[in-house]
Design a protein around this ligand. Sequence first.
Ligand code: FES
Length: 231
Amino acid sequence: MNMLVASLTFLPLFTVAFAHYLWAFGNTWPIRNEALLAQTVVGRPGITKMPNRFVTFVVATALIVFGIVALSLADPVAGGVGLAPFWTLAQSLAARGTRATLFYGARRAEELFYLDVFRNLGVELVLTTEDGSAGEKGRVIAPLDRALAARNADRPVTIYACGPEGMLESTARTAARFDRRCEVSVERIMGCGMGGCYSCVVPMKDEAGGFHHVRSCITGPVIDAAQIVWD
Ligand code: FES
């Protein structure tokens, strides 16, 4: 769905929401009479009052939030067994109406798993293999780069990555180049999983321009990619 189709689809929804806001703030535009406006909206004579303004405000806000969520996109990026967390993510995205495109790379065709699970959830699949036995030959970053370049800059896109460290870094750098939010599930050996052994630390940027280490078993494992020091 390109931006034009998306706009045509959701324009009525945003227009209705805007009209609700007008009344929520006491404006009876385009009819300068509350009773007449109420009769026009409800379609029945004899009604003299519009709905409660607070309720109208809540309804308008819900319409706006629904529209924004429905317009947003998600690009999960999976490398090898990094596919695992995206099953439940895809379910959540489908439940809230967010369109998802899964960029999924593996070494060979036999290592691409559960494709039908994602197809059945309405997820678009972009596959790559290193030997070219399925999908595009090469790494998954190339088609991700092309997709981000083709996306309308006004359309909200969030990238989620899970897989080898090199793929996470490349995904983070690609997302930053297109100014897109990116969350990565960092891979670290986790000795205790409770913050006691410091085997899982990740270098993160600090406000002074330097960096400090955080324990990914506590702060993560899913972390804002823009905050990680990748060098
Ligand atoms: S796994 Fe031990 S501190 Fe994180």
